[in-house]
Design a protein around this ligand. Sequence first.
Ligand SMILES: [Ca+2]
Length: 193
Amino acid sequence: MDDPRDRVRKPREPHLPPVPGRVRPVRPAQHHRPRQQRQHRGPDRRVRGLRRRPDEPGAEPPATADSQCASTEGPEKAVNGSTSGGNSDKWCSTGGTKFLRIDLGAVHRIQSVTVHHAAAGGEDPAWNTRDFDLQASADGSTWTTVAQVRGSTAGVSSHPMSVDGRYLLVKILTPTQTTDPAARLYEVEVYGT
Ligand SMILES: [Ca+2]
């Protein structure tokens, strides 16, 4: 029987060197990308966020968060494979403890994480995330801090690491460069094997 969960996307370039940003994307076997989105991908945009079809039996949401600013700015927008969809192509949170939690579906060796902040989606660079931690976990309960980013002003930031994990947590400590209280992540991409 052709179970769609058994289909594994083959890397388009299986012999890429193992350097940050150019390694094979980590995707759960259940990952399916709508054909229409695939057509709009440029040659250098191979790696996206992670998504699992919500209608699959037993599927968990691939991303959860502490809160969201609007119904159109939920955590799923940070792993939908797009940064070009306007203001609602992001996860936004003004919660007291802001976090985004991504489930890769299985343990992977995570080699790099790229985060697209406010300016990556066309918003004010003053709203780029200033301070945040990245944590990884194999079981969702024991977490290892793999990056501590402080004072960042970047619209897109990349973070090399080497850790086995199924879950990635982005903990927002200072969401912007100003007193604006909202975290805005347009996309989180996980690279690895
Ligand atoms: Ca997005």
